[in-house]
Design a protein. Structure first.
Length: 240
């Protein structure tokens, strides 16, 4: 597959602390790719480098075959992103939030706004103020904003974070439908079951280092030695 997102030796340090260490990833066109790791593993730092929001200490990020650091203006209009909680104007309607972002992008046709509202299932609530939205609706509105420019690549940081079970299912179905339209989706998460349900391949990162890249099937059926760290080993041994 042609690589849509690729990192080579990507590293980021904050003083003596190394947040990301020599990360090599390749995400193919049309994949739903999971980026899995505990909180603080370096996932959001990696995403911020991929979007050109922070500069790497070493290494490169290529998006759609172009170096992000050197070609941001050419590359980023083809990328949609939802990083952490979406920044929304709570006193405005969902539609007006989209219009505000569309103006910043240089203008988006009203038909495109209608289309993304329908895609994320907010057409019926588009005139309501965002402060009346549930958390899941706000996440979907954030995704609608990411889709405004009809991107080739979607980068989503914990898109199901804080959602109730029904909201998680809605988000999962929505992402599957977007992938079916040919979009490449890069999802970070700290929940294995979440990426297991939707992703084709998964990269595991821990303390800034890549641990493994595998298909979901390989990941859940693999055998080997495992280390389990617990707070109270004598109690665990007694239970066993």
């Amino acid at each position: 597959m042609e690589a849509v997102l690729e990192t080579r030796g990507l590293s980021k340090s904050y003083g003596s602390r190394q947040a990301v260490r020599s990360l090599d990833l390749s995400v193919g066109q049309g994949e739903i790719f999971g980026f899995l790791g505990p909180n603080g593993a370096g996932k959001t730092t990696t995403i911020r480098m991929a979007l050109g929001l922070i500069r790497p200490t070493a290494g490169t990020v290529e998006v759609l075959g172009q170096d992000v650091a050197r070609n941001r203006k050419r590359v980023l209009p083809r990328v949609g992103a939802l990083v952490e909680s979406p920044a929304l104007y709570l006193y405005m309607s969902g539609r007006d939030n989209l219009k505000a972002v569309a103006d910043v992008l240089g203008g988006v046709p009203a038909a495109r706004i209608d289309e993304v509202l329908g895609t994320v299932g907010l057409a019926d609530r588009q005139r309501d103020r965002v402060k009346s939205y549930s958390l899941g609706m706000k996440q979907r509105l954030g995704l609608a904003i990411a889709l405004l420019n009809d991107p080739d690549l979607l980068i989503l940081d914990e898109p199901a974070n804080g959602l109730d079970p029904a909201g998680v299912v809605e988000m999962r179905d929505l992402l599957r439908s977007l992938a079916a339209q040919g979009k490449t989706i890069f999802i970070s998460s700290h929940v294995l079951s979440e990426v297991q349900q939707i992703c084709h391949r998964v990269a595991i990162i821990n303390v800034g280092e890549l641990v493994k890249v595998a298909t979901v099937e390989e990941l859940v059926t693999s055998h080997g030695e495992f280390t389990v760290v617990v707070d109270d080993p004598p109690a665990v041994l007694e239970l066993l």
